[in-house]
Design a protein around this ligand. Sequence first.
Ligand SMILES: N[C@@H](CCC(=O)N[C@@H](CS)C(=O)NCC(=O)O)C(=O)O
Length: 321
Amino acid sequence: MARAQFSAETSGGGAFVRQPNRFTGRVTPDSTSPPGGGPDEHDRWPLEADRYRLIWCRACPWAHRARIVRGLLGLDDAISLGTVDPIRDERGWAFALDPDGFDPVLGVSFLSEAYLATDPDYTGRVTVPALVDTLTGRVVTNDYPQLTLDLSTEWRRLHAPDAPDLYPAGLRPEMDALMAEIHTDVNNGVYRCGFATSQEAYDEAFRALFARLDALSERLAGQRYLMGDTITEADVRLFTTLVRFDAAYHGHFKCNRHKLTEMPVLWAYARDLFQTPGFGETVDFDHIKRHYYGTHREINPSGIVPLGPDESGWTTPHGRG
Ligand SMILES: N[C@@H](CCC(=O)N[C@@H](CS)C(=O)NCC(=O)O)C(=O)O
């Protein structure tokens, strides 16, 4: 069997099994801690503007979600942003884009320093996104699905007055089910294709991925967004995978039944979102390609980054809405 990109997260059958999220603190107005205090007995941190820092990598789809949701809700001034270099070596995510290689707020060179300051025994992968407390340097959460839902629900007091409701209460049961399917087959499905170390595991992930994309195409043929007429978090989650599809997943992860540009409904839907304020300007195809092709050396040993595909189509009219 092929060597795994992440051996600790690969099953005996060659399937990629993603590690659980280590830090699951939540910032919430229900915290019983005072401003400036740490987490309460339920790991709830006080809701405060200008205290927490979102660490993201422009290449990472899970972190990209948080970056988009933060912007759509008008939380840019309340939560600062730190950006790691898209290329990571065995030392993990580095603040190599910052002057002198230090995050100017946290004062660290590697995200691992914040992880280890929080849990000195941590041995898993150090991942983005991470929400870090700037007062103590501790990681509040790297639980990416809960983080974005909390930005919508728990951070409401700090939203812009015209912030959209990305997680409407009445839609949650249907949205949760849909987002779970999208997570398994699409968001994580592309990784299950790319990191499979057996033909069987790859075949299964590939079939589930494209069956789900076909179903989503059908759904989106009759409505502008996944939940109807307005953008929700479900769209953000699908977008961050679709926008990487042709640049990374089609080639690097062998998700190649079709390119996004060959799936007309999904391609128009993705362009529609790309051209919506808060989406396209957060996309960095250079970081995306350099991260995937340059970092996963078990599946791309040369580290050569492809020059294509042509990205000019993203700004062409989408004809939706
Ligand atoms: N926190 C999640 C998902 C976030 C995630 O996987 N982020 C990627 C970037 S897309 C990461 O930080 N990977 C660390 C690495 O490649 O070592 C996990 O632990 O699997």
